[in-house]
Design a protein around this ligand. Sequence first.
Ligand SMILES: [Ca+2]
Length: 406
Amino acid sequence: MKRHTNTMVSMLLVMFGLSARTQAFVEYWQGADTNWGTIGNWWTAGPGGPNGSLPATTDNTWVRSGTATVNAGDSFTVNSLWAQGAITLKDGGYLEITGATDSGNPGYAATYLNGSTFTQDGGTFITSSLANGNGTYRVTGGTATLGGIWIYWGFGTMDVGGTANITITGVLSCEAGFITLRGHQASVSASNLPNFGSNNGAGSVFKAVLDSDSGFSTLNLTNNMIIDPRATFALELASGFTPSAGMSWTIIRTGMGITHTFSNLPEGGVITAGGVAFTASYAGGNLVLTNTAAADYTAWANQNNVAGTIDEDSDNDGVPNGIEYFMGQPGTGFTANPGLDGGHKISWAKGTGYTGVYGINYFVQTSSNLKDWADVPEADVTIGSTLQYTLTGAGPRFVRLKVTGP
Ligand SMILES: [Ca+2]
């Protein structure tokens, strides 16, 4: 192993045309240039200091090629990180880049991804600033605290999913590149997004990947967002996910408003993913997508892959499809028919997604002979999260639920 220093002055001039700063960088490697070890190897084994101690916080680290991994239990604090190779932060690892950003210029960011892929599986990542020039910042877990992030040169990517929790205390700026938010558990917050696609708006894409009806990994901004009118929006559904009819997902939430709209998604515009159409609203400074398909039997059947009409019993459990639809059941697997309790009361569960109206789309009916059925007036039933009715009268009495729609 060896360690040497060189200056980055010439490279900074070439890359950014900025005024020179005198900054000594430290390169770490094992063996030949093409055979780089992991950060753990470098720093615990050698050049960072005697007997495996960590590098001093003034060190500036250049991952020139190859891969560098911060493993569980590793803890590294350095002044700056210049990455051309691949960086991986594993769950249980800690990586902090302490250097100050010079005048907020991304060319002087404490962490610079120069075509590099930074993958955070978990752990803790802290940096005073992150510049992403044609690189990829992919986070699937752990926490990240960024003073600011600039995706500004080439087409950089920020891809966030899983259970990632990212707090950007400054701006999130994507002048040329891609932002992808996946799923419903990740969290991304920033003060504002002053530019999305401003430097190459025709190619910049903001993508959302929905995987659940229970919310979305909303981008939360406490200030505003400016969309270049040439930037576009992309929508995907995670494999196997069918969104419920009538439901909405908040993709971007801002405190002050959104300037312009995505070129392919104007106010009221429709975007389709997985055969499902969503309508966009930017009202109130939030980008909300709504599946405007009617919440009807067909939508329920499509979502649950139930073939057959509302009268059929596709899973042969004795409960017709329409009743399972009413009860919010998936239409597969055994569904228990409710019975009378000791007070002759019967309760059917009523699914939260069921929008039918009593007396129009569903009815409680009674009979004394199982042949002639009469509708129970709405005043005699109790409708909430359950539909309840108490049988009265003498002699044999039968009760059933009839669902006709919507
Ligand atoms: Ca059934």
